[in-house]
Design a protein around this ligand. Sequence first.
Ligand SMILES: [Fe+2]
Ligand SMILES: [Fe+2]
Length: 238
Amino acid sequence: MPEQTLCNHPSATATDRGGPPPTPVERHALATLREAARGCLETARGSHAWDHTLRVHALCRRMGLRAAADMVVLEAAAYLHDIGRAAQDTANGSVCHAVEGARQAGDLLAPLPLAEARKANIVHCIRSHRFRDDHAPATVEARVLFDADKLDAIGAVGVARAYLFAGELGARLHNSDLPPEKSRPYSRDDTGYREYMVKLRAIKDRMLTEEGRRLAEQRHAFMVHFFERFLKEYAGEC
Ligand SMILES: [Fe+2]
Ligand SMILES: [Fe+2]
């Protein structure tokens, strides 16, 4: 997808950025981080590849401007948020990519001429973007990134990614004999429908921003409709 940054978006103005225009130093730092992140995700599986990062980045731009976020922090965090993914995939899930990504981000940010508070916020955004029980997103930038990342897991894109991920695992299309909650993750029965029933249908209730909630309601409604139809077609009922 075409990529637009804070720096090159044709319609960006000082007002809709929610703050002063980025300095040349900030522009250079963002470009450096974007290329580093792209390199980290070159070999990632299709369901979590660079194009996911670009979609999250696009959502962050839209949502961050409305939330008056620090867009340099938010864009940097969006680019870097999944750089720990390869380590998690290699370890079959036993390494948390948010923890590993935050560690790697600290190393990438260290030589860059950004304020320490901004660097700390970027690392916090990455560490908290997978928030479950601890490390809740504590800044507006972290909350926007969390919502943008979750939005990309639901709706039409979310359904497509769920089946792409199932395919990467070698899973079957569907298993009508086994309730989704009884099938094992990372198994042949880790289907797109299981992903929806176990994870995706609960995401809309976890949004942290007003705009995130609004967009999640729309994407959720699409998934409900899709899976109602899917189950009927699978059973030969329509
Ligand atoms: Fe992630
Ligand atoms: Fe992500």
